[in-house]
Design a protein around this ligand. Sequence first.
Ligand code: NAD
Length: 254
Amino acid sequence: MSKRIVITGGAAGIGRAIAERFLQDENRVAICDADPSAVAAFQTLYPQAIAKVADVTSEAGMETFFNDVETAWQGVDIVCANAGIGGPAGGIETLQYDDWQRCIATNVHGSFLTCRWAAKLMKEQGSGAIVLTSSTAGIMGYPLRSPYAAAKWAVVGMTKTLAMELGPHGIRVNAVCPGAVEGPRMDRIVANEAAARGVTEGEIRASYVTGVSMKTWVTAQDVANTVHFLASQAGNKISGQVLSIDGNTETLAP
Ligand code: NAD
């Protein structure tokens, strides 16, 4: 049966791959994203989807977005709190407070506002599945990326807690922890880390694979397939879990 899926940060990267995976099965998909041109491109490609410009850190913006979704669908089955940013790279004493705040706001405050709306709509119907996007940095230390690690550990804490709060209402809450996903976002992060460490981008790239048992990067489709499974009937008793899609990261230390 067709499901109603909301994805934040859904116009690009992993969020878009999740949207495309659900659209394959004729589900109803709504995305929001802070990037207007990415939203316009997504809407052109997928006119059947709801695509809105909304910033997950804006309480008013998320209210408008979820009200639009509720008006269109009278409920929601799956919510992916996916929007996030990598934040700055550098030793703690070199980081700017503004960059720390932006990283925490997008990854943590955005997940909070998204899950609050998901809980409200799902409780009314007594069912639903929430999938938050954490990271391998949400279960391990990550040298020179303390804002990102702190933010993604917070996402895991939110997942575990909301699974307990919402489970009695028939709502499942899980998190996915992607490893390094091939694509433009990791290209930017590799460039930042190379500058922060004073080494080449090639060395940073190699270090991402060195710490992974399967010696591999991940694709956005790998993550989308896992989210699809977690949200599907096949995962109907899975809640409170934090699932890595990363070829088994042994360490994030360079
Ligand atoms: P991406 O930059 O390719 O795409 C993220 C999308 O989110 C973009 O379209 C962007 O415009 C949007 N976005 C950013 N800030 C937003 C905001 N405040 N409100 C609404 N939309 C916003 O990144 P991605 O790799 O697809 O990352 C998606 C999620 O996966 C993030 O939470 C990220 O931390 C997490 N993650 C990514 C990787 C990786 O290697 N790419 C690894 C682990 C976890």
